[in-house]
Design a protein around this ligand. Structure first.
Ligand SMILES: [Zn+2]
Length: 148
């Protein structure tokens, strides 16, 4: 087990703290002698992974009025719901629910609809949200520079 650099006792988990300009491992009770360093390198790596994942997921979202868009595209191709359902190898009720926006297609289904109807059902997430996430990442990078 790791030892606290200040009191020498063993603990299963230690905190990184800056004491008089040096970064050492300390136990919870010795933490008060220094300034706790909030983001150890390991945690940072995990955090960044999650950030990227959520970015990817949030980057593209289904357009508002996708049902209407689907219906118009289908009608302009001269297809009935039944015909479209056949082409997609889905039930007519699925097409109906999608067009009435009572159901959102998953990624796979969305791609098939886009291909069949020649439309785009995805839109970029608002710029502001992306910018804010970038800012957060930048701050985290700053923290890690301080640690190492
Ligand atoms: Zn201690």
């Amino acid at each position: 087990m790791p030892e606290c650099n200040l009191c020498g006792q063993e603990f299963s988990q230690l905190n990184k703290a800056e004491v008089e300009g040096t970064i050492i491992d300390v136990c919870n009770s010795c933490l008060r002698f220094g300034r706790k360093i909030e983001i150890p390198q390991q945690t940072y790596k995990i955090q960044r992974k999650i950030d990227f994942k959520s970015l990817e997921q949030e980057d593209l979202t289904i357009v508002s009025g996708y049902g209407e868009k689907m219906r118009k595209a289908r009608e302009s191709l001269g297809l009935s719901r039944v015909q479209l359902a056949e082409k997609m190898k889905e039930k007519e009720s699925i097409i109906k629910r999608l067009e009435e926006e009572r159901m959102e297609p998953d990624e796979k289904l969305m791609k098939r609809i886009e291909k069949l109807l020649g439309i785009n059902l995805k839109e970029k997430y608002q710029e502001m949200k992306t910018a804010r996430t970038r800012e957060k990442t930048k701050l985290t990078v700053g923290d890690i520079v301080k640690v190492s």
